[in-house]
Structure formats: C-alpha cells, structure tokens
Design a protein around this ligand. Structure first.
Ligand code: HEC
Length: 457
C-alpha cells in the first residue's frame, strides 16, 4: 500500500505515463477480472458482429464463454494462464492488430483486461441465469408477456417469452422464429421504422443489461450489446432508424448507434430506474421517463439535460411518443396517462403549474401498465394494473371509444395493426388476443409459447 501511495503522489506531477502506471498498479491490487462484467462486454462490442452463432468468421463464436473455449477453425482461441499463446490476445495486440480487421482496434486497457483475465485462469463466472448458456427454453406454464410489437408491414407480431422473443406470423398465428438472447428477461420489443430489424431490450437483473437486434427476414441476430450491470427498459428507435434510446435500472438513459453498436450518449441525472426513452420527431432530442417522477428532455448529441418537461406528479413506468408529433405520453405508476409537449418549459415561477401538459385520460386504480397509439395517432389504447381491461380513447378529445374486457390478469403489452383496425393485447396470462377493437370483437387468442387456443374467423 505504501508503494502505491508513493507512486500515486509521483504520477500526479508526471503526466500520462504516470497515470497509466498508477492505474496498472491499482488494478493489480484489485479483485480478479470478471468474464461477465468486464470481458464479455469487450468481446460483444468489438468482436461479436463477426464471431457469433449465425456468423462464424474463422469458425469462432465469441458470444459465450463455452463457445470461446471451443475455439475456432485453427484450434483454441484461449489457453488459461497463458495470454501470450492465446489467440484472442495475439490477434488483438500490437500496433497493427489482426483483429478486428475493420473498425476500431481494442484500446490498451481493454487488451490489458483480457490478458489479466486469462493470466488469472480465464474463470467463467457466467451466471446460471444467463439464458443463452442454459439451452432451449422449456415452458411448464405460459410465460408472462411483458411487451408487444406489430411489424410496420402488418405481417408479424413480436411477443416476448422467457429470455426469448417469438416472431409470430399474423396470418394463421404460426410461430416463425424464436429469438434467443443472453438476457434472462425481455422487457421491451420494438420494430425499426423500416420493419427490417427488431430491437429487444432486457437483461439479467443485477448482472447485465442487453440490447439485441434481430433480422426479421431470417431470424438472425445482427448484434447484441451488453449494457452496464442491470436490465434496460423501454427501447425506442430514432425516426431515421439509425439509433435507439433505452432507460436502465442503473438510472441511466443511453443512446446507441445501431450500425456500430457504439454508445453515443450516457445520461445519468435520474435518481431512480428509467423505464423508457424516446426521440423527438427530428431525432435531435430524447425524452426519458423515470420512477423518480420526472420526464427529462435531453440533447441526443451531447447528452446534456435541457429541461424537465413535467411537474413531478407520480412515478413513471413508461413513455411513448404521439406519432407525427413532438408530444409524449407518460405512464403513471400510480394512476393515469399524462400527455406533454416535448419542449423545454416556458419560464414559469408557479411551482404548481404544469405548462407543457396537454391532456390526461381516465386513470386506472393501481397505475398504468401499458399503452399504445394507433400509427395515425388518432387512438390511444391503455391498460392498468387492476382492471384486466383495455380501453381505447380518442387521442385528441380523450373520449372513450371501446372497452375490451376479456383479459384475466394484468395487460403489459398493447399493439395496433398498421391500419389501426386491429389491436393485439397480452400480459400475465401468457396469451395474445387480437380484437377488431371498434366492434369490441375478439378475433383470435393464441399462446405464443405453445398452442393456438382459439382462432375465431
Ligand atoms: C469485421 C469482422 C471481424 C471482426 C469485427 C472480428 N473478427 Fe476475428 N475474424 C474475422 C475473420 C474473417 C476471421 C477469419 C480469418 C481467416 O481465417 O483468415 C477471423 C478470425 C479470428 C480468429 C482466428 C480463429 C481461428 O481459429 O482461425 C480469432 C482468434 C479472432 N478472429 C478474434 C477476434 C477478436 C478477439 C475480435 C474482437 C476484438 C475479432 N476477431 C473481431 C473477422 C472479424
């Protein structure tokens, strides 16, 4: 310890080299490198695009510990306690590293982390709860459905199961693909504006967050991004489809570039879980909603806070943007949906004023659990914790147009068909229901993890 202190004092006046040495010395005194928390995020970020189960460059999968230890076409990629002969090191080290063949090379500290992990024995601390490590999901009972999305071409519903997402063809409600990520829980699903990619946000609580991007046409994983040490929620695409925003249990709001997987913004001024984040119409700002009762307007390029757009009223469990408008709806954790202009507040000294407020809809005892706008923005469907019913309101007047009553248990996912005529709902029961909502007519019920229960017409 004495040595470290002396080095510390010395480095403060000796510039960059001193700082690096200081960090190495501190590091060598610290806990062993963790595969799950430190190594996997590096490999996911810089290598997984080319080394994953559906794109095995060099025959090598770098997305799990088991696959990494299996090695590639030319044998082991990893020799425990021998970093100098491990290919994952020799390929990434040096001035002109072989890997990655394109894009940014690993940084010196990243290489040092990999080396130290191998030198320490390459210990696998993948949690038993890592879905991907556990093999195919088996269901003893229907899984709770946490979210729903309807593809822009109308052909596909995305329905979360346990640690996976079912892509279900709307024609006949046949399961087309099971999309299996690393995360034990899927919290939200959202199709890209062009409908080609499904973004999936989730995580293994208290271990890691994960964002997955799946190709709809083939069911292939295009990219997985590990995000921090806890689950991420409420993923939304930028209107041009180049970025996504998510909230996190680690109280952050993050923006990622989809093509590179790079984290562009990390915003950490919330004081509680952030349940979602969405973009303004021009993509320059992000609005987040948190259990800390605030919705924050954030610059999507710099990550700077611009303003809080609402008066703190109640914890917020989600957020969605009104289609074609810079207006957002926050799901109240105690009561109702409140709609706000996505603007900085005009100067206002009255602490009780809520100048951006646009309207509110009927509340649900116990708080809101889901909401969706029809793609033309004319209708909003809402669900709450206690009622087991889904209500459709005229989005402008707030008047109620339909009440869909057949649910047993809480509804967590609502999605309109692209033409706005049909509404899919799902939740605690593990069943998806499809309504012709204006007639309050149920047209199909199916269990995506298993059989079609009933399909009338
Ligand atoms: C843009 C795609 C791409 C990225 C990103 C990439 N690789 Fe590769 N990798 C390849 C290709 C292609 C090969 C096969 C080269 C060959 O066989 O000549 C390969 C081969 C390898 C091999 C040798 C496997 C074997 O047994 O032959 C290792 C080890 C490796 N990569 C590690 C990494 C690591 C570590 C990263 C991240 C830092 C990474 N790669 C990122 C494309 C990529």
């Amino acid at each position: 310890m004495g040595v470290l202190l002396r080095v510390g004092r010395w480095n403060r006046c000796s510039g960059v080299a001193g700082v690096a040495l200081w960090m190495l010395l501190v590091r060598s005194d610290a806990a062993p490198v963790s595969y799950t928390r430190e190594v996997a995020p590096i490999l996911d970020r810089s290598c997984a695009a080319c080394h994953q189960p559906v794109k095995l460059k060099g025959g090598l999968d770098l997305t799990t510990f088991a696959a990494l230890s299996n090695g590639g076409k030319h044998g082991p990629a990893l020799v425990a306690r021998a970093p100098a002969t491990s290919k994952v090191i020799t390929q990434v080290k040096g001035l002109k590293p072989e890997m990655p063949p394109e894009g940014k090379p690993l940084t010196v500290p990243e290489v040092a982390t990999l080396e130290r992990w191998i030198a320490e024995g390459a210990v696998d601390d993948t949690p038993a709860t890592s879905a991907r490590a556990a093999g195919p999901v088996r269901y003893d009972s229907r899984p709770v459905i946490t979210s729903l999305a309807w593809s822009p071409d109308g052909a596909t519903l995305a329905v979360p199961g346990n640690g996976e997402v079912f892509l279900v063809s709307v024609d006949g409600y046949e399961r087309r693909f099971r999309l299996r990520g690393a995360a034990a829980r899927v919290e939200s699903v959202q199709f890209s504006p062009d409908g080609r990619i499904l973004a999936v946000a989730g995580g293994t609580p208290s271990r890691f967050g994960e964002l997955q991007f799946w190709k709809i046409a083939t069911g292939e994983l295009e990219r997985s991004i590990r995000v921090g040490g806890d689950s991420v929620f409420g993923v939304n695409w930028s209107p041009d489809g180049t970025r996504v925003a998510v909230g996190g249990a680690d109280r952050t709001v993050r923006v990622f570039e989809v093509s590179s997987g790079l984290e562009l913004v990390r915003f950490d001024q919330h004081t509680d879980w952030v349940f979602g984040a969405c973009f303004t119409l021009d993509g320059t700002r992000v609005i987040s909603a948190s259990r800390d009762k605030t919705m924050k307007l954030i610059d999507a390029a710099s990550g700077q806070l611009i303003d809080e757009i609402c008066r703190p009223n109640e914890p917020l469990l989600g957020i969605l943007r009104v289609p074609h408008e810079d207006v957002v709806a926050g799901l109240g954790g105690e009561y109702r949906i409140r709609v706000y202009k996505a603007l900085a507040k005009p100067d206002n000294n009255d602490p009780n004023a809520d100048p951006n407020s646009v309207r509110e809809y009927d509340g649900f005892e116990g708080g809101m659990t889901a909401a969706a706008y029809s793609p033309d923005g004319k209708w909003i469907a809402t669900a709450g914790a206690t009622a087991g019913e889904v209500r459709v309101h005229d989005a402008k007047s707030g008047g109620r147009k339909a009440t869909l009553r057949d649910h047993e248990g809480v509804v967590y996912g609502i999605a309109f068909s692209p033409d706005g005529m049909r509404l899919a709902t799902a939740g605690f029961e593990g069943l998806v229901r499809v309504f012709q909502w204006e007639k309050e007519h149920l047209t199909a019920v199916f269990a995506p993890a298993g059989e079609i229960v009933d399909a009338a017409r």
